[in-house]
Ligand binder design. Structure first.
Ligand code: MG
Length: 164
């Protein structure tokens, strides 16, 4: 088998609506002075996109299958706890993370001051180097549900090695 046959790619997309009465958590980091996101867990849209990309790359399904939003044990749970569980599932399947790249699409708040901490936090939960995680944020120039500040989206692409 060639080297390439041991690599896998995955993509993840997640969307959550803003709501006023919850804290905003992105990549496991609490963001001050911003509305939170609506969801069954802590609604950490970035961590959800990363988990879906990883599970897809490992061909292990998706977060809806692993952590159903009908299950009371996941209500309000930190998505970092779920990410650590994904890490264990990957390990069991002999899959290791090579690289991750993410984008958050949000009209607000300003995320630049938090990006390094988000990378460090996600890397810590996955047991990889911060250098293996790219993260950027963009606005949508006032267009659509993101531009109208109704919610935000996150995208993640991952590369994994299988048979590790
Ligand atoms: Mg989600």
């Amino acid at each position: 088998m060639s080297e390439l046959s041991h690599l896998g790619i995955g993509t993840g997309l997640d969307v959550h609506a803003f709501c006023e009465d919850r804290p905003l958590v992105l990549g496991g980091v609490s963001i001050a002075d911003a509305p939170g996101l609506l969801g069954h867990s802590d609604a950490d849209v970035l961590t959800h996109a990363v988990m879906d990309a990883l599970l897809s790359a490992a061909r292990l399904g998706d977060i809806g299958e692993l952590f159903p939003d009908t299950a009371s044990e996941y209500e309000g749970i930190s998505s970092l706890v779920l990410l650590e569980q994904v890490r264990r599932e990957l390990k069991k399947a002999g899959v290791s993370v090579v690289d991750i790249d993410c984008t958050i699409a949000a009209e607000m708040p300003k995320l630049a001051p938090y990006k390094e901490e988000m990378r460090r936090t996600l890397a810590g939960a996955l047991g990889i180097s911060k250098a293996c995680i790219g993260l950027k944020a963009t606005t949508c120039e006032g267009l659509g549900f993101i531009g109208e500040k109704k919610g935000m989206a996150a995208f993640a692409s991952v590369l994994v090695r299988k048979g590790a």
